[in-house]
Design a protein around this ligand. Structure first.
Ligand SMILES: Cc1ncc(COP(=O)(O)O)c(C=O)c1O
Length: 383
């Protein structure tokens, strides 16, 4: 099996599994307890927290450990909205994950307005037009780091810094679930106040995530109870999960994740480039600035993405037609539509997402299968 759906989830590193196993067997204590072994266990959690903050360029920030990317997104958005005393305006890119867009629906029900940022044909937010929408009423500007369907890296620095120049009170939030450790993030430099991540996208465990934030950003907790995580997220800490997350960070750094993923993607792109009826959606897939090193959105002329996905699966290659969470819903992808693709073009698209377990040979096999299947299925359609 060649697994190329790493944006949906990744296979955990062996070292992650070992770390979690050890934690569950040996240091299973409730880290809030007052005896020495629990305090030792807590130190390990603090170590992960600090390492995470280092990797996002906010060493003196706050890291709230959560139950995954969706929960981190909810905490950032609803957590901020609930602290506001008067109606405000939220500006958001239309290509966000449902964890962001659905939460904004709830924000609207609190009386706030939501407006969408304009997107260019390459799937990146159009900065000059976007900044025209920023005004005194804007309370939050939201834009994902990397789009989960096209791999487009969003121009966060220009957007967030530009917005703060117009209105310094704006809070900026980026969903970093697809970008974290694959595209550099420096929250301080880019003017990002809140950044959400998920462990299972970086070969860590499922059900673990984090929200990094500048300490002065006030948030209202979304899970209340015993007051863990400085009152921002109650519940006994998932110590094995957090330790597994920490190990995944360490491994990604040791393995130079971004560089390795780029080389794999480059191999695949070169094999597919120039083939009849095969196109790439989004920015130049080999641009190190505009395109993430692990996601490739491929469009086939005259072949439906769903048909291609099934044909590839029959050959042992797993890809997706959209983001995993949306792929059961038969609707046109928000990201591809925002970029101006026709329904037919969006329908003819598959998403390939590469992980650190993939090899160069797998890239060759996948490209070969796609080229062969595209020719075959196109002929079949013409008859
Ligand atoms: C951009 C983005 N945000 C949020 C999520 C949700 O993350 P989680 O599965 O950890 O809740 C995903 C998952 O696919 C995603 O791609």
């Amino acid at each position: 099996m060649i697994y190329l759906d790493n944006s949906a989830t990744t296979q955990p590193f062996e070292a992650v599994i070992d770390e979690m196993d050890r934690c569950m067997r040996e240091t299973y204590y409730n880290v809030s307890a007052a005896y020495a072994p629990a305090m030792m266990a807590e130190k390990e959690i603090t170590r992960v927290r600090n390492r995470f903050l280092q990797t996002v360029g906010l060493p003196r920030g706050r890291a709230v450990m959560t139950g995954g990317g969706s929960e981190s997104d909810n905490l950032a958005i609803m957590g901020l909205a609930e602290t506001l005393h008067s109606p405000g305006s939220f500006l958001v890119s239309p290509m966000e994950h449902p964890a962001v867009l659905e939460t904004l629906n709830r924000v609207q029900r609190l009386g706030h307005t939501v407006r969408f940022l304009p997107v260019s044909a390459d799937g990146r937010v159009n900065i000059s037009e976007a900044l025209n929408l920023v005004d005194r009423d804007t309370v939050m500007i939201l834009c994902m780091h990397v789009n989960n369907e096209t791999g487009a890296v969003q121009p966060l620095r220009e957007l967030f810094r530009g917005a703060k120049e117009i209105n310094p009170r704006i809070v900026t939030f980026s969903d970093g679930v697809q970008g974290y450790l694959r595209v550099p993030m420096n929250m301080q430099d880019s003017g990002t106040d809140l950044y959400s991540v998920s462990a299972h996208k970086i070969h860590g465990p499922k059900g673990v995530g984090a929200l990094a934030s500048r300490t002065e950003i006030r948030l209202s907790p979304q899970v209340t109870g015993g007051g863990q995580e400085a009152g921002l997220r109650s519940g006994t800490l998932n110590s094995p999960g957090i330790r597994g997350f920490g190990k995944a960070i360490e491994q990604c750094e040791n393995e130079h994740a971004a560089e390795r993923l780029f080389l794999l993607k480059q191999h695949l792109v070169e094999a597919l480039s120039g083939q009849e009826g095969i196109f790439f959606n989004g920015p130049d897939p080999l641009s190190r600035v505009e395109s993430a090193p692990h996601i490739l959105s491929v469009r086939f002329d005259g072949v439906r993405g769903e048909v291609m996905r099934n044909a590839l699966e029959a050959r042992g290659i797993l890809v997706s037609t959209g983001s995993a969470c949306g792929s059961h819903k038969q609707k046109v992808s928000a990201a591809l539509r925002a970029m101006g693709l026709s329904t037919e073009q969006a329908d003819g698209t598959i998403r390939i997402s590469i992980g650190l377990m993939n090899s160069m040979e797998e890239m060759e096999k996948a490209a070969e299968a796609m080229i062969e299947q595209a020719q075959l299925l196109r002929q079949f359609r013409r008859r």
